[in-house]
Write a protein that binds this ligand. Structure first.
Ligand code: UDP
Ligand code: MG
Length: 320
């Protein structure tokens, strides 16, 4: 029978964790009773270097109920790496894994449909939200714009899919082959191939606590998504350079004509404007190139993507 692992990254989630755990437990029991998953199924909570009581809560959950397992990362590595830590810990144990956020925004009841699709032979099932009305105006529009930009850059994302998805053992093993440090799961998973499916769900409001994705982290993830999948920005820079070269050629012709025709060149405004404009443009372009060099730098160093400080199963293994 199918052994399911539900992997959940938790960063300072003490407000929601008890409720999330309660609902997940009910769900797992219901799924087990329906015969969709085996009794060995687990909920794997990954503490992404929280500074609140999250880890204490995870330990307490595990002490009361074997259903819950936990991994504590040694410090905050971001949601994507926390997912990866959980996925890699689960691969080898689980037949399939479902990843979801801790804040109950992803509809737990969509798990039934995901598992049904898995039993029908799907290796990857994407949870796609059918609505965005619980998002702020800003988040809704920035997200939609982002998907458009990504598509223009030639990166195929599943529209309105975040990180709520099911992956089979095969898909997990394939993911393990990807050793990149700059991890953008939403881009990598669709690239894996296999038989995929989509399950729609209504995305709810965060159950409690605040978003752990402030604008800064959102932008970082967005940049990561582009730069780890596409060299399009570098091409845009080259095109911009060519365009400007032509423009300046036209400017040269204009300057020559006005000199010959003897019309006085007041000059100052044009010079100042072009200095500022070109300076800004150059900085921008250097910045884009620099971003890629930074990516290469961190890939070349190949540092570990996360470090596990503690797990709930370590001690038990020691005691055996
Ligand atoms: N998260 C994490 N590490 C981080 C930031 C977030 O593990 O550095 C987790 C967080 O605990 C939650 C999930 O990622 O389970 C999504 O975060 P959140 O709900 O705050 O993002 P939003 O839904 O607002 O985009
Ligand atoms: Mg959320």
């Amino acid at each position: 029978m199918t052994c399911l692992y539900v992997v959940i990254p938790c960063y300072n989630e003490q407000e929601v964790l008890p409720e999330t755990a309660r609902r997940l437990k009910d769900k797992i029991i219901a799924l087990t009773e329906k015969g969709m998953i085996s009794a060995e199924s687990r909920v794997l909570l990954v503490d992404d270097g929280s500074v609140d009581e999250t880890w204490t809560l995870i330990r307490a959950l595990h002490d009361v109920d074997d259903l819950f397992e936990g991994i504590k990362l040694s410090h905050n590595r971001g949601q994507q790496n926390a997912f990866l830590a959980g996925l890699q810990a689960a691969s080898g144990k689980a037949d399939c894994v479902i990843t979801m956020d801790a804040d109950l925004q992803d509809d737990i009841d969509a798990m039934d449909a995901m598992l049904a699709s898995y039993h029908n032979g799907s290796d990857i099932v994407f949870g796609v939200r059918s609505n965005r009305d619980t998002d702020s105006f800003f988040k809704r529009h920035s997200a939609q714009g982002y998907y458009k930009v990504m598509r223009k850059m030639g990166i195929e994302l599943v529209y309105n899919h975040a990180d709520y998805r099911l992956m089979s053992r095969r898909a997990l093993e394939a993911l393990n082959e990807y050793t990149e440090v700059n991890l953008f799961l939403r881009g990598i998973v669709p690239e894996l191939g296999f038989k995929t499916d989509v399950v729609y769900y209504k995305r709810a409001e965060r159950f409690a606590g605040e978003t752990k994705y402030p604008l800064k982290k959102m932008i970082a993830l967005a940049v990561e998504g582009v730069t780890s999948f596409s060299v399009q920005p570098l091409k845009i820079i080259s095109r911009l350079g060519i365009l400007l070269a032509f423009l300046s050629l036209a400017g040269l012709v204009y300057a020559l004509i006005s000199k010959i025709s003897g019309s006085a060149v007041s000059g100052w405004t044009t010079i100042i404007l072009s200095i500022w404009f070109l300076g800004g443009l150059q900085l921008l372009c250097i910045g884009v190139v620099g971003t890629y060099i930074g990516r290469i730098y961190s890939e070349v160093k190949a540092r570990p993507r996360y470090i596990i400080e503690e797990t709930t199963w370590q001690e038990e293994e020691k005691n055996v």
